[in-house]
Design a protein around this ligand. Structure first.
Ligand code: HPA
Length: 281
């Protein structure tokens, strides 16, 4: 939907808006905050806040708990652009709903992106409130953000997804977690369209496929980021054991509640990670 369509100009237009509002600001790291994880943005010192509706190509979300604004400022002394709220495939706007925003980050000079999301855990020992660094994914969305004519200005037609979740960045995150005494988990994220949660039978299937966590976001962003050459770090906040693994029926309220629990650690971890990030990262 992006490329041959006039909307392919949108990332350039969004960069123009950002440059006009913040002529001297050179961001290095982009961030996307998932459901209930917006508190991390409060740690950005004196941010300049721009509503998505004022940024061409940025997704105006309809989901409760997803504000739609970009915060620009410094976190852990690194210049960041932080998306508070994202759009999802299940909102019906296509798998490339986040692609313009991601390309804007690349065009303005960011070198890496930190993606956060809420997710269900398929591992009984990794319960609600835990953080899981993503090592890889299984895309079960009925879509891919790169479908359609390729826009060569951003990347190649066929891209490798080996090391899509950058091992070097993950190592910096692990060192940060160790320094702060935050339990370390890593695993494979399986993306499903939602918006209904999975059935217990689907969860059993997903475990067989090799998934550790399941969610309804992130994968389109990772694919779009790798296409345009941004390095990716992705962290899931576990909001629940997956359906069929506990007696608690799943709900969005539960997601928001436990996202807030995990967010407490995330709010310490991400600034520490940014402080430790090598200059080139
Ligand atoms: N399944 C899918 N998405 C989710 C879940 C889940 O159990 N928890 C939070 N997001």
């Amino acid at each position: 939907m992006t490329d041959t369509h006039p909307s392919s100009q949108l990332p350039f237009d969004a960069v123009a808006v950002l440059r006009q509002r913040l002529p001297d600001f050179q961001p290095r790291v982009a961030m996307v905050l998932g459901s209930g994880l917006g508190g991390l943005a409060d740690q950005i010192a004196d941010p300049v806040t721009i509503a998505y509706r004022d940024l061409p190509g940025f997704p105006v979300s309809t989901v409760q708990g997803h504000a739609g604004e970009l915060l620009c400022g410094r976190l852990g002394d690194v210049a960041v652009l932080c998306m508070k709220g994202r759009s999802h495939f299940y909102e019906g706007k296509g798998a490339d709903v986040m692609t313009s925003a991601i390309r804007t980050f690349k065009l303005i000079g960011c070198t890496s992106i930190v993606l956060t999301c809420a997710a269900g855990s398929l591992r009984p020992e990794v319960g609600p409130g835990s953080l899981v660094a993503l090592t890889d994914h299984i895309n079960l969305l009925p879509g891919n953000p790169l479908i359609g004519a390729n826009d060569e200005r951003f990347g190649a037609r066929f891209i490798s997804m080996a090391n899509a979740y950058d091992a070097g960045l993950r190592q910096v995150l692990q060192q940060s977690a160790r320094a702060l005494g935050i339990a370390w988990h890593e695993g494979v994220y399986l993306a499903t369209s939602g918006p209904s949660f999975e059935t217990p039978a689907e969860i059993r299937m997903m475990r067989t496929l090799g998934a550790d966590v399941v969610g309804m976001s992130t994968v389109p962003e990772v694919i779009s980021a790798r296409h345009c050459g941004l390095d990716v770090l992705a962290i899931a906040t576990i909001t629940n054991l997956a359906e069929g693994m506990s007696d608690v029926a799943l709900s969005h309220e539960q997601t928001l509640h436990y996202a807030a629990v995990g967010a407490k650690d995330l709010m310490r971890l991400v600034p520490e990670y940014l402080r430790r990030l090598p200059e080139a990262g």
